[in-house]
Design a protein around this ligand. Sequence first.
Ligand SMILES: [Zn+2]
Length: 89
Amino acid sequence: MATLNLLPDAAQLDLINLTIDHVTHEITATTATTAVEAPCPLCQEPSRRVHSRYKRQWADLPCCGQSVRWIVEVRRFRCQNPGCSRKIF
Ligand SMILES: [Zn+2]
């Protein structure tokens, strides 16, 4: 059974910036993934070839009465297995 990973492994995240907006009462944590390679979810071949980067954002439960927003910069990799039908993951 395949697993669905919506979020990167927390052990492979770097905290880039943490801001507290005292006007909007919002905490924003900006992170980036640190893994140098990732396995293709279809063929399991590891890849280091980065295709692109994008940011995911979501709201978390409030902390100390302030809303919390996470921004995670994640990468898309190219599958380097020529026999695999998945090109980008
Ligand atoms: Zn693959």
